[in-house]
Design a protein around this ligand. Sequence first.
Ligand code: ZN
Length: 298
Amino acid sequence: MNELKLGDVTITRIEEMHGPVMPTDQFFPDLPAEAWQEHRASLVPDHLGAEDAVVHGAFQTWLLRSEGRVILIDTGIGNDKTLPGAAFWDHLQLDYLGNLAAAGVRPEDVDLVVNTHLHVDHVGWNTRLADGAWVPTFPNAAYLMPKADFEYFDPTNNPAIAGGLNENVFEASVAPVHAAGQVRLWERGHTIDANLRLEAAPGHTPGSSVIKLESGGDRALFAGDILHTPLQLMHPDHSSCFCQDAAEARTTRRRLLGWAADEGALVLPAHFSGHSALEIESRGGAFAVKGWAPITRY
Ligand SMILES: [Zn+2]
């Protein structure tokens, strides 16, 4: 199944890549090895290596068609990027735009890009290299970005960004879109259309956000980076090493997963590989997987 239909919204997954990401004890410093062991059978192979203790994940875009518009949620890592803070993703050459084309979308067809936050792996395809300069990949799109992240990750506001994970990211993947007049900043919340609404979900980054879908009785939560592995459903108090404010990330995670469990909303995280959308339920002060919605990828 290449598409999910929820209410009046069609959902497709465009993958940039998937596979091993990082050892469990580095990715989740506080999550005990026993927890990974206990749930190993349900995590291998999509979320955990079969032969090792390495978290697996995907880098991908949720492609939505809603009210006649083509909407992309997050844009991966991108090609040709110089990434001193994320050397493993430096100068990628992947056929992301080919995958998008296979789903029937040309760059000029995209009406709206939503960056849930401005980390390196969510803004990459905002731009592409053309004659040595970074230009917006989607020339006709407005790009919605959280104002708190736009300010935080601008190295002229925050010199510490140079030397970290996001070094050179604002310059290559955010500023050129802003210079082209295509950035729309929002804070607190933002209504995209009658089906979709952006909501602040701070913690992972200051401006992190999620998109709630409510249409024709169906509900979904495009969860961004409020969680990075299904194990965080069973252990929702544990944040990743990439969560800037671990305590705030925990509060946000519990609030939004609670909403999804109560509302029966399909949860679509940014980085789950395999069957990457799931229904969840509350269980014993935490959460559990109720079922996966198989959605294949382009
Ligand atoms: Zn991410």
